[in-house]
Design a protein around this ligand. Structure first.
Ligand SMILES: Cc1cc2nc3c(=O)[nH]c(=O)nc-3n(C[C@H](O)[C@H](O)[C@H](O)COP(=O)(O)OP(=O)(O)OC[C@H]3O[C@@H](n4cnc5c(N)ncnc54)[C@H](O)[C@@H]3O)c2cc1C
Length: 437
């Protein structure tokens, strides 16, 4: 079969490139091994945020005493499982497939592999791509080689999202964004949760203050966190036992994500198959006639990164102009409560880059809305040469307040200008004013 473009992997990045190119009139084949839409709508962002929303509602209910009277809360997992089945269409990708084919694209199910310059093979079908190949194969849960783990019925994000039953107790390996979000969800529904993190803090890539805040909240909510704690041995005897002294009904492995470049045939176009990520330039080009987008590029494992890159790759393939990829204002949100929104550089990253840094900090308890809300959180801003290069908004709706910080970092707005604008009173984002003063 001869076409213009072949896209391998139809997650958010692949779907965006393939759909846009098909809409632009190119003949496009998308190859997908599992479900069109990828991790985000079926086992990632969307169902996990449905779970977070349910857990947050419970937490709000529990805040009634002292603010609005009394409440009896009886948590139940059944509506959560039902809502997850609804938002994932019970793990059925028909709507996504129709979206793509409706734009003129052709879908082939199976595992795609580059078999030569401008050539992809799926099963025994060979497809020649006149204009290019796009690799958008994403990531899968990383499972560490811990003694005793293999062969046990441990959970990754996929089983945790699909569960119809609330576990009585849960050990979460890994205190990153996925581990923290799911730990809090299950704990708020009544599971006894322990987070085991090998490093010295939670959310290791974010500001240490974000970890401190989550440690405090998790402490109040009865979530045990073991830092600097490496899982070395795991036993399954009906339940899970980690390092002989920690026991729970379920074990969730959330230590990170891994790409799998082996078997993709990247060597056929001169790329390194042993690498962790596909190396791309600022137009997402990996080799002559080959582009890569999404988690597989290692620029940030977020849906918004894949879609952003996909739009740039689309323009490049169509030969259109446009700005190159720019990751200075990469936003990240951990949807815990308090929510941790961050953009650009952390203080230590900025210092490591040798920047001359000025740091602003304010506690949300000193902000009127924060005080009214009984909120815990903070805003931390990193300035270099009169412009913000990073910031964290932690607290209620931290990810929404982040929008203002992302605009400031992306638009290189002078701090002096931010200092002399009005911030609506009494909002959480008005804490930016306090921070800058
Ligand atoms: C629990 C969880 C929560 C998350 N929450 C958020 C969030 O709130 N916000 C956010 O921005 N991000 C979130 N993410 C991350 C987000 O899901 C990913 O960054 C995003 O899905 C990456 O998109 P992608 O296009 O790179 O690939 P993926 O979504 O990984 O999709 C790649 C697709 O390629 C297919 N594939 C792989 N190899 C082949 C092959 N050889 N042939 C054919 N098909 C192949 C796979 O089956 C898969 O469908 C979350 C992730 C998880 C696990």
């Amino acid at each position: 079969m001869d076409v213009d473009v072949v896209v391998i992997g139809m997650g958010p990045g692949g779907e965006e490139v393939a759909g846009s190119l098909a809409e632009a009139g190119l003949s496009v084949v998308g190859i997908e091994d599992r479900l069109v839409g990828g991790e985000c709508p079926y086992w990632g962002c969307i169902p996990s945020k449905a779970m977070v929303r349910a857990a947050d509602v419970l937490a709000e209910g529990r805040r009634i005493p002292g603010l609005a009277g009394t409440a009896t809360i009886e948590a139940g997992w059944a509506p959560v499982a039902e809502r997850v089945a609804e938002v994932t269409a019970a793990w059925d990708d028909r709507a996504a497939v129709e979206r793509f084919t409706g734009k003129g694209g052709r879908l082939i199910r199976g595992k795609g592999r580059i078999s030569g310059t401008g050539e992809v093979t799926v099963g025994d079908q060979v497809i020649r791509a006149r204009r290019g190949i796009v690799v958008a194969t994403g990531t899968a849960p990383a499972v560490p080689p811990i003694d005793g783990l293999a062969g046990t019925p441990y959970w990754t994000n996929r089983e945790a999202i699909e569960t119809k039953e609330l576990p009585e107790s849960l050990i979460v390996l890994g205190g990153g964004a996925i581990g923290c979000e799911l730990a809090q969800v299950f704990a708020r529904f009544g599971s006894r949760v322990t987070v085991v993190e090998a490093g010295p803090r939670l959310l290791s890539l974010e500001e240490p203050e974000s970890s401190d805040l989550l440690m405090k909240t998790f402490g109040h909510e009865g979530i045990e966190v073991r830092l600097d704690a490496k899982a070395e041995r795991i036993r399954h005897d009906g339940g899970f036992v980690v390092n002989d002294d920690l026991r729970a009904e379920r074990l969730l492995v959330a230590i990170g994500r891994r790409t799998n470049l082996r078997g993709l045939g990247l060597g056929a176009v001169g790329l390194d198959e042993a690498a962790r990520f596909v190396d791309v330039d600022d137009r997402l080009r990996a080799a002559d006639g080959v582009w890569a987008v999404g988690d597989v590029t290692g620029k940030g494992a977020f849906t918004h990164v894949s879609v952003y890159q996909a739009r740039i790759a689309t323009r490049a393939i169509l030969g259109e102009d446009g700005p190159p990829a720019d990751y200075r204002a990469l936003p990240r949100v951990t949807f815990t409560d308090p929510e941790i929104g961050a953009v650009g550089l952390t203080e230590s990253q900025a210092r490591e880059q040798g920047l001359d840094v000025r740091v602003y900090n304010t506690d949300l308890a000193n902000n009127t809305r924060g005080w009214l809300h009984h909120a815990e959180g903070f805003i931390k801003l990193i300035e270099s040469e009169g412009r913000l290069v990073g910031g964290t908004a932690a607290g209620p709706m931290g990810g929404e307040i982040l929008g203002a910080l992302a605009v400031a970092v992306h638009g290189e707005v002078p701090v002096e200008r931010l200092r002399h604008m009005m911030y609506a009173f009494p909002t959480f984002h008005r804490a930016l004013d306090a921070a800058l003063l």
